[in-house]
Write a protein that binds this ligand. Structure first.
Ligand code: CP3
Length: 355
């Protein structure tokens, strides 16, 4: 493998000195880019794109051709795991993800078993190695998975949900079944992330998109504890480097001291948390990633720049900040606005790293 030309992102995750604040964007390869829509049309549909290592490589690199981003993220989806467990993932046009066979009763939950990720999800590992080859050491590659709780939300609800009525009812009525589901899923996520690391992922992010829908105690019981178990089973050293782990619990801003204690290297934050407060709470325990409101990318470049300046100032002097959006970039964002964001972060962050 060629040496990394830009390891700013990996150094920031380990709170080591960097010359500027690195940036990548959640969902940086996506429908806001016309070239993504063209490749998706060639693939036929989104899942075909995920399952073709060649096309997944192509779309992973598209945002890097446009913007000088400091990391690439594997093009895939968190729902590949329940798909490999046999739930039958499909995307109904304009409706988001759905499962043909959601798991809602005792029989279905007890029948779940850990898939062999090396065979059932080989297409993901093939995409990881193909992307690493195509990157030629330009920037690091991020691998990812959903958290067990977030995957359980889709597995039980059968798709997206406004109130998570089914999955929460199950957790309260039958914690034994919920723990079984989460336990099988956590073991699968551990294997899955380790396989991505073996295939060439240089950092990994756990997307706990729906952890923040849980109450204080339920979050610890049903989400945080399983992420801790995953992290304790991960390969932390590859190619002579530490492999950083980022935990992103959307709406988890009040729980960051607890998240910082589960062995991760960095915490992803949405825009509802003040970085200054977060930094004070976690001290030098973990790096912080975030937290530009993705909807603000619809505003004009001058407004985007003001918001970037405000976020950089809230983190303040020093290392350990990875700039990102607080959630995925929307399909209606003009690509030039994303370009303005990346440019502003690189330019305005330099003074914060001067010693
Ligand atoms: O960040 C990246 O560029 C990597 C690719 C990536 C996708 N999904 C591609 C995608 C990543 C990291 C994900 C994670 C993911 N998937 C999450 C966690 C992060 C988050 O956004 O909260 C979740 C909850 C999912 C499940 C999922 N997949 C949903 C709810 C949807 C529909 C949303 C939508 O925008 O339509 C998807 C589809 C999906 N995953 C798309 C992309 C680019 C859009 C598919 C398309 O091309 O139509």
């Amino acid at each position: 493998m060629p040496p990394l030309q830009n390891d700013t992102f990996l150094r920031a995750l380990l709170r080591q000195p960097t010359e500027y604040t690195p940036i990548w964007m959640m969902r940086q390869a996506g429908r806001y880019l016309p070239e993504y829509r063209a490749t998706r049309a060639r693939a036929g549909h989104f899942l075909a794109l995920c399952k073709s290592p060649e096309l997944a490589t192509e779309v992973t690199l598209q945002p890097l051709e446009r913007f000088p981003l400091d990391a690439a993220i594997l093009f895939s989806d968190i729902l590949t795991i329940p798909d490999a467990m046999g739930l039958g993932l499909y995307f109904a046009e304009g409706e988001g993800p759905k499962f043909e066979r959601p798991v809602r009763d005792e029989k279905a939950i007890l029948a779940l078993s850990k898939p062999d990720v090396g065979t059932e999800l080989a297409y993901v590992m093939d995409a990881v190695s193909s992307i690493r080859r195509a990157l030629q050491g330009r920037v690091p590659l991020i691998g990812f998975s959903g958290s067990p709780w977030t995957l359980a939300c889709y597995m039980v609800e059968g798709g997206g949900s406004d109130d998570f009525r089914r999955v929460k009812t199950l957790a309260y009525d039958r914690p034994d079944l919920m723990h079984h589901l989460l336990s099988v899923t956590a073991d699968t996520v551990t294997d899955y992330l380790n396989a991505q690391i073996a295939a060439g992922a240089q950092a990994v992010q756990i997307f706990d998109t729906w952890g923040g829908a849980l109450g204080h105690a339920a979050y610890r019981e049903f989400s945080l504890s399983y992420m801790q178990r995953i992290i304790s089973g991960l390969t932390r050293e590859a190619e002579g480097r530490h492999v950083p782990v980022i935990v992103f619990t959307k709406n988890g801003g009040q729980w960051i001291e607890d998240i910082a204690a589960i062995g991760c290297d960095a915490i992803g934050l949405d825009w509802t948390t003040d970085l200054a407060v977060a930094k004070q709470k976690v001290g030098d325990k973990v790096a912080l990633q975030g937290n530009f409101d993705p909807v603000a990318l619809h505003a004009q470049p001058a407004a985007i720049e003001r918001e970037v300046a405000r976020i950089l100032a809230s983190y303040g002097q020093g290392h350990g900040h990875v700039f990102n959006l607080g959630h995925g970039i929307g399909q209606t964002v003009p690509p030039e606005h994303a370009a303005a964001l990346v440019e502003a972060v690189h330019r305005l962050s330099r003074p914060y790293h001067a010693v």
